[in-house]
Design a protein around this ligand. Structure first.
Ligand code: GDG
Length: 473
């Protein structure tokens, strides 16, 4: 088996075996591939230093080798806070109004990608497979090629690929996309993002798309496919057995006092549609006074990317909105929204998911959305809760048995909440069984294997199967 080299912005340092439950599913899945192949996970350490040295710090924990490098303050500002989070993230989530185009950001982004390539290239040996993760590192493949790396290199984008007309607003968009032709395989979360990519390369780069998904631009051939990421469903079962999960489950059930509970768990990010969700829930309370006192929304929203100005703004907006809704509807013994602005341990979240009667997962745009899958995995098969899912989450392509909703419409959110809270047990079970079967079979190990198979053989059968399997379900 070829050795795997994973490169991502940050490295999720493996934890000792006893702490695995506190690690995310993605980190668990990638770590197991690294362990099996004796591979390396390379990325930024998270530290800022005065001067870039390219010195690599390696660590081996539980059989997984990580290699990290420090960046300069200016790199962090321009590449991470700047181009990645203030240019690409908003633009790729269809928020061109929030995207900032700044020459400094662009040059910082290219500089860091070049620094990553120069640092990691000497670690790459003949026969290694290199797998680059996400929007921070789009041009890395080309940079690696320029350092003489001839190995197979794959790229996976965790966020949406925007429609052609949107991405053309990005200065030097052609240069960015052209750099992607250096990869052997490019993976997207869904058939929709793949289709947008196809449109782009056909229109802007004069590419042709062959029936097996190969993109041909002149002499260059690149495979692109949809590889929807999943969760580690087995690990989720184990999480539900932890003390954290049991305590959280009991606490929620006890404090609900027989009321129905709806849960939302999202990083505090404008793409997650939190204000729209609160407003939709408010519409539900206005339209259905019979539900007052009988339901509440528990919204957990740990802060993210505090250094980016927009995130401070969204926090203020939600504080105010939840305060206003609670002020308007609450009584001494009931508040309609419990808004928690902090993170929870993973086991605790799993217990809360299991205790809830419904989940509102209503991003305005999301590459996939793993919370939707975690909620399904956490349910009691005998009495499962209902997943209300945005039609604009990548997950909606696979999870057709969720209650799908347009997250921009308060009326629709209100209607779907009513539908979920009134849904008879047999329908809840029917929907959940199909959802759970998908979450279990198309899990994170399946995702990793389909991508790696595609990269090794550059064999796209796994990816093509994804699209047809999803369409049938
Ligand atoms: C990107 C893409 C894509 C949340 N709050 C807490 C907590 N979480 C965990 C969830 C889930 C993860 O964070 C969030 O994953 P998502 O998929 O929902 O969203 P992004 O962070 O935006 O991830 C996304 C993903 O990459 C993978 O490709 O699905 O579309 O945007 O696992 O449970 N975890 C803990 N405490 C919290 O309070 N421990």
């Amino acid at each position: 088996m070829s050795r795997l080299i994973i490169i991502s912005n940050r490295v999720s340092a493996p934890k000792a075996r006893a702490d695995r439950a506190s690690q995310g599913g993605l980190a668990v899945a990638l770590s197991s591939a690294l362990r099996e192949t004796n591979g390396i996970w390379f990325g930024w350490s998270g530290n800022a230093v005065d001067e870039f040295s390219g010195e690599i710090a390696t660590q081996v924990v539980d059989g997984v080798t990580t290699a990290t490098v420090d960046l300069e303050e200016q790199d962090v500002d321009e590449y991470y806070n700047g181009y990645a989070n203030r240019t690409l993230w908003p633009l790729f989530h269809y928020r061109i109004d929030l995207a900032e185009f700044d020459r400094q950001f662009g040059s910082g982004y290219e500089r860091v990608n070049e620094r990553f390539a120069a640092t990691v290239a000497p670690l790459v040996e003949d026969g290694d497979l290199v797998w680059v993760q996400d929007y921070h590192l789009i041009p890395l493949g080309q940079q690696l090629r320029s350092k003489g790396v001839k190995n197979k290199i794959g790229f996976f984008l965790h966020i949406p690929w925007p429609p052609h007309r949107l991405i053309t607003a990005l200065p030097y968009h052609r240069r960015l996309v052209q750099s992607m032709l250096a990869y052997d395989v490019i993976g997207f979360q869904t058939a929709e993002w793949l289709e947008s990519f196809h449109h782009y390369v056909e229109r802007e780069l004069g590419a042709t798309i062959e029936p097996d998904g190969t993109i041909r631009v002149g002499e260059r051939r690149v495979r692109a496919g949809a590889f929807p990421i999943g969760i580690d469903a087995g690990e989720y079962d184990a999480l539900l057995e932890t003390d954290d999960a049991r305590v959280a489950f009991d606490t929620l059930k006890r404090s609900a006092q027989g009321r129905k509970s709806i849960i939302g768990v999202d990083r505090l990010d404008y793409s997650k549609g939190l204000a729209e969700r609160f407003n939709g829930y408010r519409r539900f309370l206005e339209e259905h006074p019979d539900w007052l006192h009988k339901v509440y929304l528990l919204q957990i929203a740990p802060p993210s990317r505090g250094e980016v100005h927009t995130y401070a703004h969204i926090r203020e907006e939600l504080d105010e909105l939840s305060g206003r809704i609670n002020g308007e509807f609450a009584h001494v013994d009931w508040v309609p929204i419990r808004y928690v602005n902090q993170g929870y341990p993973r086991g605790g979240l799993a217990g809360l998911f299991r205790a809830a009667d419904a989940a509102l997962v209503t991003p305005l745009r999301d590459g996939m959305n793993l919370v939707a899958k975690e909620f399904v995995a956490a349910q009691d098969p005998a009495d499962p809760g209902v997943l209300i899912l945005s039609q604009f989450a990548g997950a909606a392509e696979q999870m057709r048995d969720a209650v799908l909703v347009n997250p921009y419409s308060r009326d629709e959110i209100s209607d779907r909440i009513r539908e979920a809270l009134n849904m008879p047990l047999d329908e809840r079970r029917r929907r959940w069984e199909r959802l759970a079967a998908g979450v279990r079979s198309e899990d994170v190990h399946w995702w990793r294997k389909s991508f790696i198979d595609a990269l090794t053989g550059s064999d796209m059968r796994g990816a093509a199967g994804v699209e047809s399997a999803s369409a049938e379900s």
